[in-house]
Design a protein around this ligand. Sequence first.
Ligand SMILES: *Cc1c(COP(=O)(O)O)cnc(C)c1O
Length: 410
Amino acid sequence: MRVNDHLATMPAGYLFAEIAKRVRDHEAAHPGSPLIRMGIGDVTLPLAGAVAKALAEAAMDMTTPEGFHGYGPEGGYRFLKELILRHDYAARGVHLEEDELFITDGAKTDTAALQELFAPDALIAVTDPVYPVYVDANAMAGRLGAYQDGRWQRLVTLPVTHENGFMPQLPRHRVDALYLCLPNNPTGTVLTRTQLQAIVDWAREKGTLLIFDAAYKAFIQDPDIPQSIYELEGAREVAIECCSFSKTAGFTGVRCAWTVVPRQLMGRMAKGGDASLNAMWKRRLGSKFNGVSYPVQRAAAAVYSPEGQGQIRQALAYYQQNAALLLKALSDTGCEPVGGVHAPYVWMKTPGGMSGWAFFDYLLREAQVVGTPGEGFGQGGAGCFRLTAFSTLEHTREAAARLRAAINKL
Ligand SMILES: *Cc1c(COP(=O)(O)O)cnc(C)c1O
């Protein structure tokens, strides 16, 4: 059997493995010195009670003849779609149809799978640093060419840096698709309505598809910052949007998300003629996906109940408080921290131009705090560092003080 060479020769996804190894080595050498972990982007607060109750009740429904649900509609149950359309879209002036919305088991799953819509030689752009899933999925499909000296030959990378205010400079030439993540992982930054409109206008002019990952939209605190790309004029003609209950409602271990593919969205076929991306995505799901389980969709629906809303808002406020503490502690260290307001991540420059990995080692040794080196998110992350707000308040407070002291000592 011949294998997929693109998959067989993928560079190792060594980031979190390398972090784990360095942490293990440190712990072996310094037993009993407790570490504060602010590396991995996973929620830590327990599941909201209203959500767990709905999950359990739906499981019990399944034991009765009337309540049993087998294969569901692959795009999701209507009871959940209606709630999403109303709360996430109509409430913000965006009117979508039920068949433009697809319930799935993860925004990671979908942002990785959407590349199946693209031509094999489509030209892909990402912002850099980047959530690695977008790149890996296209690389495995063979679209990015060879990986040499830390770069993919056929990938267009748009740096987002302190210098450009985290707004990518849009290429003059056409790319087929641009992935955007806002609020951003890893930088925690957002774009204003005007900046996003400029990206949508550029995409319309060039015929570029935008894949808009809004996994962190629930963290947005400023009503003027768009939560959905469809709040921008003309976006329905150029954008697919992926959202998730993972960070909004602590669903990383429950699994429920959604993707919007508007009916107006068209691509071009090799021989000419338009193809509806909505119809293509529906066709693909029908063959490759069985939908999200009934109890999980009931659990997701409970997120929109008054109790659910109260409980998830509390959890979000807790993480936001942590992020604010980190941001404040780092504010006058010269590290230029960004993010941390509309996102659970704080992104900073390393002191004295250290590499992200050198700073990682220094913090481990001096402060017993674990973060993520910016290099792990692409070349554009070099010399930067990510800290997450997904820790307890006590640990965050302690870590903030230790970080400040460790940096000021340099
Ligand atoms: C956590 C995260 C997601 C959510 O993925 P799920 O598969 O829904 O858990 C999506 N995009 C980004 C950038 C993330 O950090």
